[in-house]
Design a protein. Structure first.
Length: 190
């Protein structure tokens, strides 16, 4: 049996906590113990992040399809923009999955499971990728922004500043993207 002494930087010697590890299975690091977060409050954050992960994965796949299938006027602009968007979403997918792990959860990795819970619906193989595709991107961003705002609320209730900061970063960039896409899609004044 191992005994580990854990002392908070704010605790006195008398307040040092003892943690006993009874067997090898219990040696697995529970990050929440070190992060000082309440497991019950964090469970809502993990559930929200898991939903966001599913939606981001389906969005990523849709963006790839838009990128591959775009044709016609604006091809070069839209082809490059879709690539920029899916690369951005790929980074977010990784960050969300790693945050789930940091909070003691297990991120899903199967698309079959994503499709069961995702609010973002997958697009077909022959989508209209021009104006209509960009409108679908805007609709998806609106959904994601709503989820991220809810996650900010849940993370605040759990005193989870890191998830709050992550969502704030996403909101900042996505709101700018919404503004730019709306400007791109607006009709020129006559």
């Amino acid at each position: 049996m191992w005994e580990i002494r854990i002392r908070s930087i704010f605790a006195s010697e008398k307040e040092t906590k003892r943690v006993t590890i009874k067997n090898r299975k219990e040696q697995v690091m529970n990050t929440l113990n070190y992060l000082g977060l309440d497991e019950k409050k964090v469970a809502n954050v993990v559930n929200g992040l898991s939903q966001l992960l599913a939606d981001l994965q389906v969005f990523y796949s849709n963006l790839r399809g838009f990128h591959w299938n775009v044709k016609g006027k604006g091809f070069f602009t839209l082809h490059a923009k879709y690539e920029e968007l899916y690369n951005d979403v790929a980074g977010k997918v990784d960050e969300v999955a790693e945050r789930i792990l940091q909070l003691g959860g297990t991120p899903e990795s199967r698309y079959s499971e994503y499709l069961k819970v995702a609010r973002v619906k997958e697009e077909g193989n022959d989508p209209e990728c021009g104006r209509e595709g960009m409108m679908k991107v805007l609709d998806t961003l609106a959904l994601l922004i709503g989820q991220e705002r809810k996650l900010v609320e849940l993370a605040g209730e759990a005193n989870d500043e890191v998830t709050t900061a992550l969502m704030d970063d996403y909101l900042k960039s996505q709101e700018k993207t919404v503004w730019m896409l709306a400007a791109f899609l607006s009709k020129k004044p006559e």
